[in-house]
Ligand binder design. Structure first.
Ligand code: ATR
Length: 275
């Protein structure tokens, strides 16, 4: 008897630009797994109905991307700790009894990406630019890594204040153009949408950023953002955002297909279309 086909996918609206099908397809082939991972276009008002049919359709689970990650919190039957803290679900696992479990692997992906670049905070603060969903994943990751203090720099200060109330006094709020807030830090993270293809550029003065601080950008289109170029040119170590995407997919792949896959340079080249 042949093994049953394991089914998973990614839901978004639109979904054509998602790199996830390519990434999971690579792993399915690499590990010789009888499985499929499809892009699924789901309009926001259909999300609840579509998620509820996953069990009957024989799905192991799905990933969620824009605009479904927050809405799914209200739809799934169980929410894991990190999804609750981040306020978003990026992985839905169909349990054996047919109920749906919402997880969030973004903080894990963020952490693994930093660790792959050798990041250690050494008791120094980190700076996060932004206070939206991406920033929340970075905050959860950095708090769990034991980073002592996190400076949130955001255009809308009220949104950053809400994060302090929620996550605690390790966080502090600063204006987006507060150059001095970059002093003494071990890490600078762009978690705004600035610098993303089609969005305004991120303009930032790095003069006070220590030369040994690591700089990362959660924007990965383009891969080498202006921030990363600017940081690299002045001698800072950088790590691009693609690694986060690759690493956040690992726990999802394991939940859907039963194998914890590797993130390798070859996978990076494949996903970027260079292999
Ligand atoms: P995501 O889920 O990707 O984080 P989001 O929740 O919409 O998206 O958050 C976008 C972030 O980028 C916010 O921090 C936003 O700043 P505000 O809180 O002030 O809106 C930031 N951002 C987006 N466009 C911006 C711009 N033109 N200038 C400054 N910050 C911007």
């Amino acid at each position: 008897m042949t093994a049953p086909l394991l089914k998973a996918g990614v839901m978004g609206w639109p979904i054509e630009h998602s790199l996830s099908p390519k990434l999971h397809f690579y792993w399915l082939q690499k590990y010789n797994i009888q499985g499929s991972y499809l892009p699924i276009a789901v309009a926001p008002e259909q999300l609840g109905v579509v998620l509820k049919t996953l069990y009957l359709q024989g799905y192991s689970g799905v990933n969620l991307t824009v605009p479904h990650k927050e809405a799914a919190l209200q739809i799934v039957d169980h929410v894991d700790h990190n999804a609750l803290r981040i306020g978003a679900v990026n992985t839905v696992v169909v349990r054996e009894d047919g109920t749906l479990e919402g997880r969030n692997t973004d903080a894990y992906g963020f952490t693994q990406n930093l660790l792959s670049a050798g990041y250690k905070s050494n008791g120094k603060p980190a700076v996060i630019l932004g206070a939206g969903g991406a920033a929340r994943a970075a905050i959860v990751a950095l708090l769990d890594m034991g980073v002592a203090s996190i400076r949130i720099l955001n255009r809308t200060l009220d949104k950053a204040e809400v994060l302090v109330e929620e996550f605690g006094s390790e966080l502090s709020v600063h204006a987006l153009n507060d150059k001095a807030a970059l002093k003494d830090v071990s890490l600078l993270v762009n978690a705004t949408s600035l610098g993303l293809k089609g969005q305004p550029p991120l303009v930032i003065d790095l003069q006070h950023l220590p030369k040994d601080a690591l700089v990362t950008d959660m924007v990965y289109a383009p891969l080498m953002t202006d921030l990363l170029k600017q940081a690299e040119a002045r001698g800072n170590k950088i790590v691009d955002g693609l690694g986060m995407l690759l690493h956040q997919a690992r726990p999802a792949f394991e939940a859907f297909f039963g194998v914890d896959p590797d993130v390798t340079p070859e996978l990076r080249r494949y996903v970027l279309g260079d292999a």
